[in-house]
Write a protein that binds this ligand. Structure first.
Ligand SMILES: [Fe+2]
Ligand SMILES: [Fe+2]
Length: 251
């Protein structure tokens, strides 16, 4: 089995950033001792260097292996350069759990723009990595900030990846097991063919819809099933999705 924690949209530096929620989530994550923590972007509010320094301090509190990808807020005010200097070493393709799981991080951010794009160069790299992972019989995960498919109850769709169709085709063709995203601050799970497309809520920003509560996801991958839990800042948790594990490499 493998156990993952999925955090997103920290928004360090925002006026409505909740440090207590973030520290509580990190504390819970450390206690759960996951095989990997995946952070899907918007770690800062404005992309300012000082915000990245603070965000890096928080991320350093995470004791598990970690993968971080940038969000649109991280690429504001040449934040992409600060991300490069302070965070990039955490954004990479890696394998965990005795090389049974491969996680590919993608940068879908564009400087000073809110919409997302993966682009052809990254798509090519992703396809090559996925091809290799398929031949090595690995469980395959893609992590990127922007959502591939619109998320319910998030209003008029403006920020889905501009090349979503192309990326989705590659992901479905290559039998990716999980796609992890953030951005909309609304947790949701779509299942398409063999792929689960999972968005996390915001872990520590009060930019929320209605009575939504800050949260993070945990993903328990067992040989027969996969269970995705929503863990709210008020201490409540519930199952977001539970389904048969069609990838038989995890034991
Ligand atoms: Fe966000
Ligand atoms: Fe975002």
């Amino acid at each position: 089995m493998a156990f993952l924690v999925h955090l997103s949209d920290l928004h360090v530096g925002a006026i409505n950033f909740r440090e207590d929620y973030l520290l509580s989530a990190i504390n819970k994550s450390n206690k759960l001792n996951p095989d990997l923590v995946i952070v899907t972007g918007d770690i800062t509010e404005n992309g300012y260097h000082l915000e990245f320094e603070k965000a890096a301090e928080y991320l350093d509190l995470i004791e598990s292996p970690m993968l971080v990808v940038p969000g649109n807020h991280d690429s504001r005010h040449i934040g992409n350069e600060s991300f490069e200097q302070l965070i990039r070493k955490r954004c990479r393709t890696l394998t965990v759990k005795n090389d049974e799981i491969k996680i590919i991080g993608l940068d879908s951010s564009e400087p000073d723009l809110d919409y997302g794009k993966v682009g052809r160069a990254q798509q090519k790299r992703m396809e090559e990595e996925l091809k290799k992972a398929e031949s090595d019989n690995l469980y395959k995960i893609i992590a990127l900030h922007h959502h591939l498919i619109p998320v319910p109850k998030t209003g008029r769709e403006r920020n889905v990846l501009t090349d979503a169709g192309d990326i989705l085709k590659s992901i479905i063709d290559k039998n990716v097991d999980l796609v992890l995203s953030g951005h909309k601050h609304v947790p949701h799970v779509w299942q398409l063919e063999q792929t689960s497309i999972v968005t996390a809520g915001t872990v520590s920003s009060m930019k929320l819809r209605g009575k939504d509560i800050c949260s993070f996801n945990t993903i328990d991958i067992q040989p027969e099933s996969v269970e995705i839990m929503l863990n709210q800042a008020d201490g409540n948790s519930r199952i977001l999705a539970k389904y048969e594990n069609k990838c038989k490499v995890i034991d």
